[in-house]
Design a protein around this ligand. Structure first.
Ligand SMILES: C[S@@+](CC[C@H](N)C(=O)[O-])C[C@H]1O[C@@H](n2cnc3c(N)ncnc32)[C@H](O)[C@@H]1O
Length: 413
């Protein structure tokens, strides 16, 4: 089976069976350039799903569905975004189309792809409709961003989501200093506007010798701002209730100089394992990882027993659509309703555990005021014993990082 056919199969699993793209790709047994091609076609097609569908769908009355629609999507993606010769893309798409539905759609695939290649359909005139197709976002999401943040910010987020992302790392000061890390990766690090953070400019991050010995952690720049917001000190006791895979917990441990205690919980056992593995690689010994539903936290811990608590809650993920294009492909406007209730329930379950004069930080990787500012305003109105010290939305286009929200609440009574 060649790389294009494998990409088609992976996309069928993601688009039609709702498998996560990273998990479907993990099963692919290819290497080198072939694997890079499959990965690019899979993520690229998902990232541009509306645009590529728009280009072929308008040309046909009775629209093919299922695997043929996915095949057309991925072939149009290649025609529009890759430098592969047109004849190779179309020829192979037609061959693949012959494999399914008794080959009924092979001629149509051939005709549609030639037509798209010859004269791509013009984008809609109206500005927001055009942006939605050009950047492949659902209309309701753009409308929500426009209403919440204004037209200019909506536009910048949308274009950010289809731009090429950066890889961010954090120097693990428990293992090496900034100077030592820079010396170990000459020319491959670009200093970021945050202590200990760098953009990685190389190509083989996991092959860097100082990765295995824990010299750095991989983690988005915005996400690295959260531990600083919590501002944990050596010898304190910290609760991290939604902790896996443990990026922020390990960062907190470094800020605490590996002194004190961090209880790092997550609902899912397989994800708790990731916290343990990460902590081991990064030479962190103060993390105690636990499988625990945050909603049950009060049955495990006494009231007022933590100096600081981090609630890095599950969220709709609208701040990470650049890197997680399968979220973008599948998301529905109703998805956030249940999640908002979970976030509220987590806050209600956890707040009594923080000491008086202690700190609670709430964070999400989403851009949605209902999960962010409004969630925190509602919490504060229910709990006058907390005060908002600061809150911040990090828009993803500022540093080419994830979109994040963080609120720092201090318990005053
Ligand atoms: C945004 S991620 C956390 C990322 C993590 N803080 C880090 O920095 O690596 C949210 C996590 O919440 C976990 N989760 C979801 N519902 C939960 C619950 N009721 N109790 C505990 N963890 C939960 C998910 O398994 C997921 O790992």
């Amino acid at each position: 089976m060649d790389a294009r056919e494998i990409a088609w199969q992976v996309l069928n699993q993601v688009c039609l069976e709702k498998e996560y793209a990273n998990l479907a790709l993990r099963k692919v047994k290819l290497q080198g350039a072939d694997m890079a091609f499959v990965t690019q076609v899979v993520y690229g097609t998902l990232q541009h799903y509306r645009y590529v569908r728009y280009l072929w769908e308008g040309l046909v009355k009775s629209k093919p569905k299922g695997k043929i629609a996915v095949l057309l999507d991925m072939s149009v993606y290649q025609l529009m975004f890759l430098h592969t010769p047109t004849y190779a893309i179309i020829h192979e798409a037609v061959d693949l189309a012959k494999q399914v539905y008794q080959g009924r759609y092979a001629k149509l695939v051939n005709a549609l792809l030639h037509q798209v290649e010859r004269a791509p359909r013009a984008l809609p005139q109206e500005e927001t409709a055009r942006l939605a197709i050009e950047t492949s976002h659902p209309d309701w999401l753009l409308a929500m961003w426009k209403a919440q943040y204004g037209a200019e910010i909506m536009k910048q987020i949308a274009y950010h989501d289809i731009a090429e992302g950066k890889t961010w790392i954090r120097c693990n000061t428990l293992v090496n200093s900034l100077e030592e890390l820079e010396a170990a990766m000459p020319g491959r690090l670009e200093k970021a506007p945050l202590p200990q953070a760098y953009a990685y400019l190389g190509k083989q991050l996991l092959q860097e010798p100082c990765f295995r010995n824990g010299g750095f952690a991989i983690g988005d720049l915005s996400s690295q701002m959260v531990a600083g917001y919590l501002d944990p000190k050596p010898h304190e006791t910290i609760l991290d209730v939604c902790s896996a895979p443990g990026g922020k917990a390990c960062h907190m441990a470094a800020l605490m100089e590996n002194k004190g205690k961090i209880i790092a919980c997550d609902l899912h056992a397989h994800r708790v394992k990731l916290i343990e593995e990460g902590a081991k690689r990064l030479h962190v010994s103060i993390i105690e990882a636990k499988v625990l539903d945050a909603l049950q936290a009060q049955t495990h811990f006494s009231h007022t027993s933590f100096d600081r608590i981090l609630c890095d809650v599950p969220c709709s993920g609208y701040g990470v659509l650049q890197g997680k294009s399968d979220i973008k492909y599948h998301m529905q406007s109703g998805d956030m309703d249940a999640i908002i209730k979970t976030q509220e329930a987590i806050l209600e379950s956890v707040w009594p555990l923080v000491k008086v004069h202690g700190v609670l930080v709430y964070s999400t990787c989403t851009l949605n005021k209902k999960e962010n500012e409004k969630q925190i305003a509602a919490f504060l109105s229910r709990h006058p014993q907390f005060q908002l010290e600061k809150e911040q939305t990090i828009f993803p286009f500022i540093y080419n990082s994830d979109g994040f929200y963080m609120a720092k609440l201090c318990r005053i009574a």
